[in-house]
Design a protein around this ligand. Structure first.
Ligand SMILES: *Cc1c(COP(=O)(O)O)cnc(C)c1O
Length: 427
């Protein structure tokens, strides 16, 4: 028994399922999670000291790779000044100013502690601003675990094969309408059936919580148009895509200005941070300026801000990182796709820059219904094969692979060799 198995035994006794977030459990791949004791660059080390090439990257935040010294130094310096004050600090102003000056569609921003909180708060602001209650989300998109968004949510719920969560009263989800991803008529129908009642449409502009699913040509543009026509707000949940697909996220990449944007993951540099922002007139609804209440004892925490802001500075100073991430993605996912064809495997590779995913289905995956046809038993076999070769993937068919600036050509070659090895086992 390895150290991870021993730790899991202890964990199971005191933590539900042994983990503090369900996606970390290896239940659906029938294994025990690797407990991690450290990480550097593209590598993580488990409790037995085994080294893996990491494609989870903390589910996105570690876009520069693990344990970068510039971020670490800022964090240590901030710690020395005090961990938390519950009063405003200069670095919060620096962070807000930096975001608003570099992201064209954001004029004001509020920091929170997680992506969940960011989305929950953005929805409240949208409802407050429009005076409407209903929202539209898309099946398979995950927007955190707040009550009203646990409807056909992707990520851990999809992995567990459940549409929603117990403990969420029907009243909490009554105003959540669901449309199909890449299906504008399904959105139009909801607007027709609920005239003047829809506050906002929230979308992952590239879906990355049902595996990776790309918006088809015209889908995001269509949402923008519908929302403008109907007086509803368009919310881009850029918790994964923000500062990843481009510095300005999917909004920049696809050239669309949402009314509100939510961030998390990368914006904290590995610390628990989220943010939501948008146009003045919407953000001015938020307390203490406006009537939409939203608060947080540790929001804008100086240590978290130090990590997040330094990571954003690095990304801004190195626009070439985005070109490099794009190239790495093309190499890794592009070659995977070629190998799939070469071996005639019933797989589909979806990729958007540094995000990618292998679906175990030969259908083109453009929405939740199709994603769900993937063979999760085969995924589990693939996952184990890769882990045995020291490639650390998300333990679910319905999560993305995350490339970082630290991943090398050699890492990618090694990963592709393992992938080809796996494909050979199918013959
Ligand atoms: C991870 C994620 C969230 C939730 O963020 P947490 O920090 O886990 O609360 C929300 N939206 C999207 C798109 C995400 O990927």
């Amino acid at each position: 028994m390895g150290k991870s198995e021993e730790l899991m035994e202890r964990a199971l006794k005191y933590i539900p399922g042994g983990v503090n977030s369900p996606v970390r459990a290896y239940g659906n791949v029938g294994m025990t999670p690797r407990f991690i004791q450290g990480a550097t660059g593209p590598y993580i080390f488990d409790a037995d000291g085994e080294k893996y090439i990491d494609y989870i990257c903390s589910w996105g935040p570690m876009i520069l790779g693990h344990n970068g010294q510039r971020v670490l130094k800022k964090v240590v310096r901030a710690c020395e000044d005090g961990l938390s004050f519950g009063a405003p600090t200069e670095i919060e102003v620096d962070m807000a100013e930096f975001i608003c000056e570099h992201i064209p569609h954001i004029e004001m921003v509020r920091m929170v502690n997680s992506g969940t909180e960011a989305v929950m708060s953005a929805i409240r602001a949208a409802r407050g601003y429009t005076g409407r209650n209903k929202i539209i989300k898309f099946s398979g998109c995950y927007h955190g675990h707040s009550d009203c968004l646990l409807v056909d949510a992707g990520s851990g719920l999809m992995t567990a094969g459940i549409p929603g969560s117990a403990g969420v009263p029907e009243g909490c989800t009554r105003d959540t309408l669901t449309a199909a991803y890449n299906d504008l008529p399904s959105v139009e129908r909801l607007f027709e059936a609920n005239p003047g009642e829809i506050a906002a449409v929230i979308v992952e502009p590239v879906a990355a919580n049902m595996g990776v699913v790309l918006p088809e040509n015209g889908f995001l543009e269509g949402l923008r148009q519908i929302c403008t026509n109907e007086g509803a707000l368009l919310i881009f949940d850029e918790v994964i895509t923000g500062f990843r697909l481009a510095f300005g996220g999917a909004a920049e990449k696809f050239g669309i200005a949402p009314d509100l944007v939510t961030y998390g993951k990368i914006i904290g540099g590995g610390m628990p941070v989220g943010a939501y922002g948008g146009r003045h007139e919407v953000m001015e609804m938020v307390a203490p300026l406006g009537p939409v209440y939203q608060a947080g004892t540790l929001s804008g925490n100086p240590v978290a801000m130090a990590a997040g802001l330094e990571q954003l500075h690095i990304l801004w100073e190195h626009p070439e990182y985005y070109t490099e991430l794009e190239k790495k993605g093309e190499k890794l996912y592009g070659r995977m796709e070629e190998l799939v064809k070469l071996y005639g495997a019933p797989c589909t590779v979806n990729a958007a820059g540094s995000l990618g995913c292998v679906f175990f289905t030969d259908s083109k995956v453009t929405n939740y219904t199709i994603a769900k046809t993937a063979d999760t038993v085969e995924f589990a076999r693939y996952f184990k094969y890769m882990l045995d070769r020291r490639i650390h993937l998300a333990p679910s068919q319905f999560e993305a692979m995350f490339l970082s600036e630290a991943h090398t050509d050699d890492n990618i070659e090694e990963t592709l060799e393992a992938f080809e090895g796996y494909l050979k086992t199918r013959e």
